[in-house]
Design a protein around this ligand. Structure first.
Ligand SMILES: [Zn+2]
Ligand SMILES: [Zn+2]
Length: 609
């Protein structure tokens, strides 16, 4: 991310970046400006006469040129490396006198992830995330999806400009024909299941955020080509929620995970403000860089891209929100988030591959995925000692084709048989892994959001997986050191204990608390406003409703996409204070929790006109 409120840095730093005659364009679907001077008009739009453009400059656009764009009604929305902007502008905008290298639009096929076009039969339905440009009204986004005949899968954890949708190739191509759609990429299984998730808010620059369509942000710390880099790191304060020394060790382990595959070294440094140094700390709220953290939930961390996209000393700095529920080896896992953020610190954008660490929705990881390894090797030289690295051909004997990798025994995961039905509130599992390379790590998650890591390998055990009433989908994943993985999914249904038989008692017994841990989440209803999609001209909104639980509702909390959060007044009948609204869309999420920590949520989108 770039320091938005430090305009002087923009000028200073970007002047330092050598202007090239033809800067590359680092989109996943377009690498250069080829045939860019003309652009077909969008097939469909909800704002006729105004649409989205891609504009590239020969060098970084300075503040004067940005101001001139604004004066002509052209709004920069996101930064597309190198030196390009995606912007919203009237179709008759005059583009003269701005030193523009070329201007174009993304064609529908360029808005679809290569992972989708490479996949399966054309008529098969894909679950996808649709990213809209950041100026698109969420109500328009929903209307577009509905008009395209597709169904939105609700999930309050998706980013405000993302929608979860399912459709076949033809339907997705038609959807991409809408001007408002920025990019379409595969949805992860966790998103489809509706697991509680955290999104990476992504990297920002002074010219806006960097979209999902961008693969790489710059050339990395080694400059153009595949070179090496020596970086240092310095720790600041660590969240009191985790023991400090183990947390630092986990972050250092996450950094060294990248060093296994490319020639980038991380060593402890002496000064947090030295060049090529990651200043790593946990902080609450505002912490001096213009990007205040938002308290529990929401944004977990942010990281600054390498120079020249960001200036020293902030380039590669990594900040964690101290108020989030940090843990070691369980969600929210310090290692997993640091592993993702380190990818940004090295210059990677977000991956479209749900298995990748760099996928924009975080999940538990124990190692980099093949996709991450390939991406980082497009920026830096492969590590010589890495057995997985392609062997360079001897200079005297060119090899026309690379030798195939030695066949591996495929990694396999075996789970000891389990009953399909149980009345127990938790389940223990054991099994073994075979094949693969090196020790494998087994992790598990359930469709109710529980997750953890098994102990032992190749024989492993999980002592307790919490079961909710009804069907529990348990996903077990084994991963080896080469990134190979094997998955098993079990369904275990937790039934209510059989009622004791006998003559009916004349007086019903007084209710007794259920035995075993309480795993029933509260039920939660929003009574006002009466719709989950509200439009208003007011500067704030109050949300109220009801909540109930088998044991009791401990609290009802709210958070908004504009950064506010707090606890509602009351529980059975609850009400929020007035929640601030800015012009445009605000997503508000209400969560109810019981004393055992079970939670449920409801969300609404409020658009201020
Ligand atoms: Zn990210
Ligand atoms: Zn920060």
């Amino acid at each position: 991310m770039f320091v938005r409120n430090a305009a002087y840095l923009l000028t200073a730093l970007w002047l330092a970046a050598a202007a090239q005659a033809q800067p590359p364009l680092r989109l996943k679907t377009r690498a250069s400006a080829a045939n860019a001077q003309t652009a077909e008009a969008p097939q469909n739009t909800r704002t006729p006469g105004r649409s989205h453009w891609l504009v590239q400059f020969a060098d970084p656009p300075d503040d004067a040129r940005l101001m001139e764009l604004y004066l002509r009604g052209a709004w920069p929305l996101s930064y597309v490396p190198d030196f390009a902007l995606s912007l919203a502008a009237n179709d008759d905008t005059p583009w003269d006198g701005l030193d523009i290298l070329w201007i174009s639009r993304l064609q529908p096929s360029e808005k679809i992830s290569p992972l989708l076009t490479a996949a399966s039969a054309a008529d098969a339905a894909h679950s996808v995330v649709v990213e809209f440009y950041s100026d698109v009204d969420p109500n328009d986004a929903r209307a577009i999806v509905n008009q395209a005949g597709l169904v939105i899968q609700e999930n309050p954890d998706v980013l405000v400009h993302h929608l979860l949708v399912s459709g076949n190739d033809a339907q997705l191509l038609a959807l991409a024909g809408w001007d408002e759609v920025a990019y379409i990429f595969p949805a992860s299984a966790s998103l489809v299941r509706g697991d509680p998730l955290h999104a990476c808010a992504g990297a920002l620059t002074s010219l806006g955020s960097v979209g999902q369509s961008v693969a790489l942000v710059g050339d990395g710390w080694d400059g153009p080509g595949l070179g090496s880099a020596a970086l240092q790191y310095v720790f600041g304060s660590i969240s009191p929620k985790v023991p400090a020394e183990p947390a630092k060790a986990e972050i250092a382990r996450a950094l060294s995970e990248w060093s296994k595959y490319v020639q980038v070294s991380f060593t402890p440094g002496a000064s947090a403000i030295a060049n090529r140094t990651l200043s790593i700390f946990f902080a609450s709220g505002a912490h001096g860089d213009g990007y205040p953290f938002d308290g529990p939930g929401g944004v977990l961390a942010h990281t600054f891209y390498p120079v020249p996209t960001n200036p020293e000393p902030v380039a590669a700095d990594m900040h964690f929100d101290a108020d989030d529920n940090w843990q070691l080896g369980a969600d929210v896992d310090v290692f997993s988030i640091a592993l993702h953020e380190a990818g940004h610190a090295l210059g990677l954008g977000h991956s479209d591959n749900p298995n990748a660490v760099m996928y924009p929705y975080y999940r538990m990881h124990t190692a980099l995925d093949q996709e991450d390894i390939a991406a980082i090797r497009s920026l830096y030289a492969a590590q010589n000692s890495d057995p997985g690295a392609p062997t360079p051909a001897p200079p005297t004997r060119p090899q026309p084709t690379p030798a195939p990798a030695p066949p591996l025994v495929p990694l396999a995961l075996t789970v000891q048989s389990t009953p399909a039905n149980t009345t127990a509130t938790s389940l223990s599992l054991s099994g073994s892994v075979t094949g693969g390379s090196g020790a494998a790590l087994v992790s598990w998650s359930t469709n109710f959001g529980f997750a953890g890591v098994a102990t032992g390998s190749p024989a492993w055990t999980i002592s307790s997986i919490p079961l909710n009433a009804g069907a529990n989908l348990i996903t077990l994943t084994a991963r080896d050191s080469s990134g190979q993985q094997a998955t098993q999914i079990l369904t275990v249904t937790r039934q209510q204990p059989a009622q004791p038989t006998g003559p009916p008692t004349p007086n019903p017994p007084s209710p007794t608390p259920p035995s075993g841990p309480d795993t029933t989440p509260p039920s939660l209803t929003i009574a006002s406003p009466g719709s989950t999609n509200v439009s208003t001209s007011a500067a704030s909104i109050t949300v109220s409703g009801t909540a109930s639980d088998n044991v009791g509702v401990a609290k009802v909390t709210w958070s908004s996409s504009t950064g506010g959060s707090g606890t509602a007044t009351g529980t059975a009948n609850w009400s929020t204070p007035p929640i601030q609204l800015y012009i445009g869309a605000t997503t508000i999420v209400i969560r109810a929790s019981d004393p055992a920590g079970n939670t449920s949520w409801r969300s609404l989108v409020v658009t201020r006109r």
